[in-house]
Ligand binder design. Structure first.
Ligand SMILES: Nc1ncnc2c1ncn2[C@@H]1O[C@H](COP(=O)(O)OP(=O)(O)OP(=O)(O)O)[C@@H](O)[C@H]1O
Ligand SMILES: [Mg+2]
Length: 290
């Protein structure tokens, strides 16, 4: 994996070490304000340092994807601000467009089925039009190779790959543009446990070597605790921060750590908090049905 140090070497050379600091300040989001008025987020604030791995968990419908979409520039906010490296990124007066500094990987595959793995990986660079094809391809091959020898599938098409392989290619495609922040919305949700464990290993390797700031949304509390430096538990809708848990397990993380007292204590706190919120959501649903 050493050569993954070259993951973004060209860009990293001129980059300040502290890139990828995110401040989300008092962000609220109301969908359909003149009609149904769905308050998805309410005064949500969180800061994460460059190179933080932040996991966000919370009951279904609490606003996790809304938050991620606001950061990605796919959605607007109703009030509050988002800063990236101390520069205003989004506010009511400053709607945000998607940009190469924040890239997203979703649960559903988003590779172009008609393009090879290599063409998918180099797509962003080619689209920007600043990198000659040969250079883009060389960088793509290098990154595929560094990510567990995926250069061997460079000429394959997505349909020929397992969902885990597809997800890994997507993450590489996201990283080739040297983003400041990697946004992941339940990327492994549809996978079975065995595949998930493999994906966790690959993602932690990528995190260790690329040192990107990561925001990772998941329903899986064990996954959140295993991967992240911090786990934010959101309240039921309107989503705000209920708990901000520091995961002080050493890195590299191992599966054995999941049997440690420290891990079990963290898990209990997280499970209790999410359960409490899920119960509130359930009770509200019952009331609305009555
Ligand atoms: N475009 C929209 N218009 C109206 N309401 C919306 C829209 N998008 C999301 N919502 C509502 O906002 C709330 C938050 O949705 P969001 O998708 O952010 O939740 P989530 O936490 O990601 O849920 P899940 O865990 O199921 O993915 C939900 O009640 C949802 O129905
Ligand atoms: Mg969601």
């Amino acid at each position: 994996m050493r050569d993954m140090l070259d993951l973004n070497s060209a860009a990293a050379a001129g980059k300040p070490a502290a890139a990828g600091k995110v401040s989300i300040r008092n962000v609220s989001k109301i969908y359909d304000p003149e009609g149904a008025r769905v308050v998805a987020l309410d005064n949500f604030s969180v800061d994460f340092a460059p190179g933080d791995f932040l996991a966000i968990v919370g009951p279904s419908g609490c606003g996790k994807s809304t938050l991620l979409n606001i950061l990605a520039g796919f959605d607007t906010l109703t009030s509050g601000e988002v800063y990236l490296d101390d520069k205003l990124l989004a506010s009511v007066d400053r709607p945000l467009a998607p940009g190469p500094d924040r890239v997203v990987v979703f649960q559903q595959g988003a590779l172009f089925p008609w393009k090879t793995v290599l063409d998918n990986v180099t797509y962003g660079l080619m689209k920007q039009g600043r990198t000659p094809r040969a250079e883009a391809e060389a960088r793509g091959i290098e990154m595929l190779k560094a990510s567990g020898g995926l250069d061997r599938i460079a000429k394959s098409f997505p349909s020929q790959l397992s969902s885990g392989m597809q997800r890994r290619v997507e993450i590489i495609r996201a990283l080739i543009n040297d983003p400041k922040v990697l946004l992941l919305d339940e990327p492994f949700r549809a996978m079975d446990t065995v595949n998930k464990v493999t994906m966790h290993r690959h993602l932690l390797d990528i995190f260790r070597i690329s040192q990107k700031t990561i925001m990772f949304i998941t329903h899986d509390l064990e996954e959140a605790l295993f991967l992240a430096d911090r786990v934010i538990v959101m309240t039921t809708r309107p989503g705000t921060v209920k708990l901000d848990i520091k995961v002080d397990l050493p890195r590299p993380r191992t599966r054995e750590m999941m049997a440690s007292d420290a891990y079990i204590a963290l898990k209990e706190r997280t499970v209790m908090a999410v359960r409490e919120e899920a119960q509130k959501a359930f009770e509200r649903g019952e009331k609305e049905m009555a």
